[in-house]
Ligand binder design. Structure first.
Ligand code: NDP
Ligand code: GDR
Length: 379
């Protein structure tokens, strides 16, 4: 247009990956995992280590101990036999730190799992959730470019079924339109499209895994499944009287986290980057999760009343063990999620192994063992 030419700098680290092909870079098997201290991060680290990767994780500085889910993997770095896992202090809100870590680690694969991941909390901390989940993802994508690694690194983004939100079609797959219902969902939508955009603009190998809910004994205790299984264990040991719940008619497609991290890894082993849904292809209500959990400890639940006055009584004792508490309702709710992972099954050969019943049982039994002090709790 005849204006002053603008200088477009090349990356200060542009020599980092010079001379490498993507396949040769991959064979180095160096993974960087953000959110490694979380539920999925810990299962993914296990999987990658078992496959011979060197695993680098980003952890936040905390005044309390926050690596309990990794304890069994993290031996002393000075031990010559330690299992090739290294942790770096960092935060998704700190670009300089992200650039520094990416340039030091020079990863072949990056798994971006870090997030303020609680939907209800995102209504209370909407700006922070946007900063970490949306802009944080962009910061990490830009860190890869700043380091000149955009043609070499394979990038996985932890996208979510919360993108579907107010669903109009059942089941939901890669072609279903998005309509997020929370600041968390909206932030993850920004991240989803940033990944697509960087793939198209810079030819990056960047994938979105659109994962439906996945749980495990390592699930944070404020998510509904773990809140229920922990309470069932406590109630059955007479250490708690009642479980207070929000919307028990919400329906979710629940799988096991260990199965889902396998799918993340498979997405990055493809020749070309694509987005995939991972789901169990079933849907169950929170109410059903509660019933099944109590059944594991031999308690049958009978429902009485309506709305916030509804209670769940134990059939055998007549005691009220479930009550509704309005504080757990959300300003806008995702009522129903039901995934369709046909594409992942066909292209990745992925399928969930653990079904709903087994998942509930494993979680309740793990909490029972922990309540009875038989094993160390993971969080
Ligand atoms: P968790 O909440 O268990 O773990 C989140 C991780 O992110 C933790 O390691 C946490 O660190 C870290 N983190 C949070 N904020 C920051 C920050 N500002 N900077 C750096 N790290 C941060 O989540 P899950 O393991 O369940 O989920 C993993 C990812 O997958 C998340 O992005 C989540 O949104 C997404 N997802 C999860 C699904 C599920 O059903 N589990 C389904 C679909 C998507 P700390 O331990 O210090 O808190
Ligand atoms: P979700 O998980 O919002 O689906 O996000 P969560 O377990 O928090 O809620 C599932 C459903 O249960 C209802 N519910 C309650 N939820 C909580 N946490 N506590 C309660 O007491 C309660 N009572 C009823 C909720 O209203 C909701 O309908 C999870 C997170 O892991 C996200 O990071 C991820 O993206 C999605 O799953 C897929």
């Amino acid at each position: 247009s005849g204006g002053i030419p603008i200088y477009s700098p090349t990356s200060m680290f542009s020599l980092l990956g010079e001379g490498w092909t993507r396949n040769a870079w991959q064979r180095r098997k160096i993974a960087l995992v953000t959110g490694i201290t979380g539920q999925d991060g810990s299962y993914l680290a296990e999987l990658l280590l078992s496959k011979g990767y060197t695993v680098h994780g980003i952890i936040r500085r905390s005044s309390s101990f926050n690596t309990s889910r990794l304890q069994h993997l993290y031996l002393d770095q000075h031990d010559p036999n330690h299992p090739r896992m290294m942790l770096h202090y960092g935060d998704m809100t700190d670009s300089t730190n992200l650039v520094s870590i990416v340039s030091q680690v020079q990863p072949s694969e990056i798994y971006n799992l870090a997030a303020q991941s609680h939907v209800k909390v995102s209504f209370e901390m909407s700006e922070y959730t946007g900063d970490v989940d949306a802009i944080g993802t962009l910061r990490l994508l830009d860190a890869i470019r700043t380091c000149g690694l955009e043609k070499l690194v394979k990038f996985y983004q932890a996208s979510t079924s919360e993108l579907y939100g107010k669903v109009r079609t059942i089941p939901q797959n890669e072609d279903t339109p998005f309509h997020p219902r929370s600041p968390y969902g909206v932030a993850k939508l920004y991240a989803f499209w940033s990944v697509v955009n960087y793939r198209e603009a810079y030819n990056m190998f960047a994938c979105n895994g659109v994962l439906f809910n996945h749980e495990s004994p390592r699930r944070g205790r404020t998510f509904v499944t773990r809140k229920i299984t922990r309470a069932v264990a406590e109630i059955s040991c007479s250490r708690q009287d009642c479980l207070y719940m929000g919307n028990i008619d919400a329906k979710r497609d629940w799988g096991h986290a260990r199965d889902y991290v396998e799918g993340m890894w498979r997405m990055l082993q493809q020749e070309d980057p694509e987005d995939f849904v991972l789901a169990s292809n079933e849907t169950h209500s929170v109410r059903e999760f509660i019933e099944k959990s109590f059944a594991v400890v031999g308690m049958r639940i009978r429902w009485e009343g309506e709305g916030v006055d509804e209670v769940g009584k134990c059939d055998e004792t007549g005691k009220v063990v479930v009550r509704i508490d309005p504080q757990y309702f959300r300003p806008a709710e995702v009522e129903l999620l039901h995934g369709d992972s046909t594409k992942a099954e066909r292209m990745l050969g992925w399928k969930r192994k653990v079904d709903f019943e087994e998942l509930v049982r494993e979680m309740v039994l793990a909490d029972l063992a922990s309540v009875k002090n038989l094993v160390v709790d993971h969080n």
